[in-house]
Design a protein around this ligand. Structure first.
Ligand SMILES: *Cc1c(COP(=O)(O)O)cnc(C)c1O
Length: 397
């Protein structure tokens, strides 16, 4: 039982775990700050942060204290009851998203669930008559459940599971396609401000603002998926705030919980009135444990100025990557601490493996892109160590 010899755990993993994902890269047993350690004592600099989840890094004192305190007080109640951390988090999210007084928050347990809730919200948009269509982008990623799969612009991911909920049209991220697709038959437009899973692809300049104008004109709900970009990661609390755009709804998860499973749908203005009592819900959603933890995460991000840190460290990281001068690097994309390193050759998987063997965790978002998303607490020492280890990995390819 206690033996975690390398081959032993790999075989046990294969025998016990459903084969939904690739074999794991290592067996991690401990983390602190921006570092994690595996079962053999090897240290890794974690510049993926559980895919933009560990906002405060690992074992942050504020996270540990919040979980410990709340689990010893009250971990879960049903939706028949309220709890102080739940209310505090809802009010905090209304304030941080800019949804303000007319905003409302629905809690759930993951990004996919937040988008499922948003999908149902979209179906309730019947302004001016029936609206049969939902518009989303090619290459987008909104999660793995059936509704979220229908929204996602990745046909191969959807194919084995057809039929998925209908009425979703996928378009390219261009102003022309947007203008052609949006009319009074569309219930909602789903957008990611930066397409993380597609390979850290930025939206074309001006697209979000134009989307806002067209959605307002046609009564379409503008629903922004900030599951990966939210909670300060791009150097703003939410990426739509860079453009001064206000959505009708925003979906959240990943970074707001700092490692505990939580998701949220935040609505703005009239969209807050669409759901009626009894139309949606979830047993665990917004329980005291996860909401107390999210309050600690977001409170720490606020108190320690980590949104500004994400902007500043992101700029530094950008300079470090381009400064490496590797002929393998074609470009850097993204914003703040969500960066994509576009490669001149499809060797991202090999490069990520080379980085891992030099004690650096980054991720191959697609065959020619390395995704980098360190904890928001990252500082000079970690950036210097990243430069050294990533430089070695690049040189080895
Ligand atoms: C990760 C992600 C999701 C899905 O979140 P889960 O918590 O894995 O269900 C949805 N949208 C975006 C943009 C994501 O990055």
């Amino acid at each position: 039982m206690a033996d975690f010899g390398t081959e032993d755990w790999r075989n046990r993993f294969s025998d016990a775990m459903m084969h939904t994902i690739a074999p794991p890269l290592a067996m991690l047993v401990r983390g602190e700050g921006c570092y994690v350690w595996d079962d053999e004592g090897t240290e890794y600099l974690d510049f993926l942060a559980g895919i933009a989840v560990n906002s405060l890094g690992h074992a942050h004192p504020a996270l540990v204290a919040a979980v410990t305190d709340q689990v010893g007080r009250l971990a879960h109640v049903s939706n028949y009851f309220a709890s102080p951390p739940q209310l505090e988090l809802a009010e905090r999210l209304k304030r941080l998203t800019g949804a303000g007084a007319t905003g409302r928050v629905y809690f759930c347990n993951s990004g996919a669930e937040a988008n499922e809730a948003a999908f149902k919200l979209a179906r309730l948009n019947r302004a001016g008559g029936p609206r049969t269509k939902i518009v989303s982008l090619h290459e987008s990623f909104h999660g793995r459940t059936m509704g979220a799969l229908a929204l996602s612009g990745k046909p191969a991911m959807r194919e084995p599971f057809l039929p998925v909920p209908g009425g979703v049209e996928h378009i390219h991220a261009t102003l022309g396609a947007l203008e052609a697709a949006l009319d009074d038959t569309v219930a909602a437009l789903f957008l990611e401000p930066v397409q993380g899973e597609a390979g850290v692809i930025d939206l074309p300049a001006g697209l979000l603002r134009r989307a806002r104008e067209l959605c307002t004109r046609h009564g379409v709900l503008l629903i922004i998926d900030e599951v990966q970009t939210g909670a300060g990661r791009t150097g703003a609390w939410f990426a739509y705030q860079h453009d001064g755009t206000q959505p009708d709804a925003v979906t959240l998860a990943k970074g707001i919980g700092g490692g505990l499973p939580i998701g949220a749908l935040v609505t703005f203005g009239a969209a807050s009135e669409l759901f009626q009592r009894g139309q949606h819900g979830s047993t665990y959603a917004g329980n005291p444990l996860v909401t107390a933890t999210a309050n600690a995460v977001l409170g720490t991000i606020e108190r320690d100025g980590l949104v500004a840190n994400a902007a500043r460290r992101g700029d530094q990281l950008w300079d470090i990557i381009t400064g490496l001068g590797s002929p393998l690097i074609a470009e850097v994309r993204g914003r703040g601490l969500l960066l994509g390193v576009g490669l001149t050759e499809p060797v991202a998987a090999r490069l990520a493996a080379a980085a891992l063997s030099r004690g650096l965790i980054v991720n191959a978002a697609n065959e020619s892109t390395i995704r980098i998303a360190p904890p928001l607490i990252v500082g000079d020492a970690e950036l210097a160590e990243f430069e050294r280890r990533f430089g070695l990995a690049l040189a080895s390819i």
